[in-house]
Design a protein around this ligand. Structure first.
Ligand code: MG
Length: 253
């Protein structure tokens, strides 16, 4: 495992990339409604990357079967992560997770949100709220001197307190010159376990929370991950820098 700590200059460069990601999320929140396609969201986000002089760390990401085809992952309902943007219109009541990233001056940012399409049911609202709260608790635990297991524990405890489970087969990650760096940052864990968190550590914390069983299944396209039981998933992610003043969310507006 090679963990690279970032200095203040690197963190401010990542913050610039993070603002572009936040702008893409904001555009998606504004555009999403029944009838809109995820291909349209992808196009809008590609335009933002262009205008900001940023590049995509998602488009062309190598996979086993093919390179990733969009600047964002669009994962509706039972899709857990890595869904392709496509031409199917969204429906009233859908849950849509949008995961996207940007590169500015060689520094990466990566974040995800889950958006309610039109009017969603109570379970969907609770799932969104629990996942977002789990991310907030995970961020609060990312302080110098604590450990990666403390982050996972905080995320898992919050999700489970709401009656849901976290997906364990996909984890957050270090981020910097690469989108995926060491260490892995699971959304579950034991207090006091794992790598010691130090000032300059930059990580993407990304709880994926499911309404049913956390078991997942990979579709034949080699990318799209769905829940094995068809239950719905929500996904929130921020890229976070650990500083002397505590955790700084790099992908905030
Ligand atoms: Mg990520």
């Amino acid at each position: 495992m090679t963990v690279t700590l970032k200095d203040a200059a690197a963190i401010s460069a990542m913050r610039r990339a993070g603002r572009v990601v936040a702008e893409m999320h904001e555009a998606c929140r504004e555009l999403v409604r029944p009838g809109v396609t995820t291909a349209a969201l992808d196009e809008a986000c590609a335009g933002i990357l262009d205008r900001r002089g940023a590049t995509s760390n998602f488009l062309g990401y190598p996979g086993v079967t093919r390179a990733f085809p969009g600047v964002l992952c669009a994962s509706p309902n039972d899709v857990v992560v890595h869904g392709f943007p496509d031409d199917r219109p969204l429906s009233d009541g859908d849950l849509l997770s949008v995961d996207t990233g940007a590169v500015v001056d060689g520094w990466h940012a990566d974040a995800a949100i889950t958006i309610a399409v039109g009017e969603v049911d109570d379970e969907a609202r609770a799932l969104i709220a629990a996942t977002e709260a789990a991310l907030e608790d995970g961020i609060a635990a990312a302080v110098a001197g604590s450990r990666i297991g403390d982050v996972g524990h905080a995320v898992q405890a919050r999700a489970e307190a709401a009656g849901f489970e976290v997906v364990r087969e996909y984890a957050g990650h270090g981020i910097g010159r690469e989108m995926h760096e060491d260490p892995a940052v699971p959304s579950h864990g034991r207090r006091g376990s794992g790598l010691r968190i130090r000032i300059g550590l930059c990580i993407a914390i990304e709880p994926i929370v499911v309404a049913g069983s956390p078991r997942t299944h990979l579709r034949d396209d080699g990318w799209t991950v769905v829940t094995a039981d068809g239950s719905r998933a929500a996904h929130f992610e921020h890229s976070v820098a650990v500083t002397a003043d505590g955790p700084v969310v790099l992908t905030a507006p």
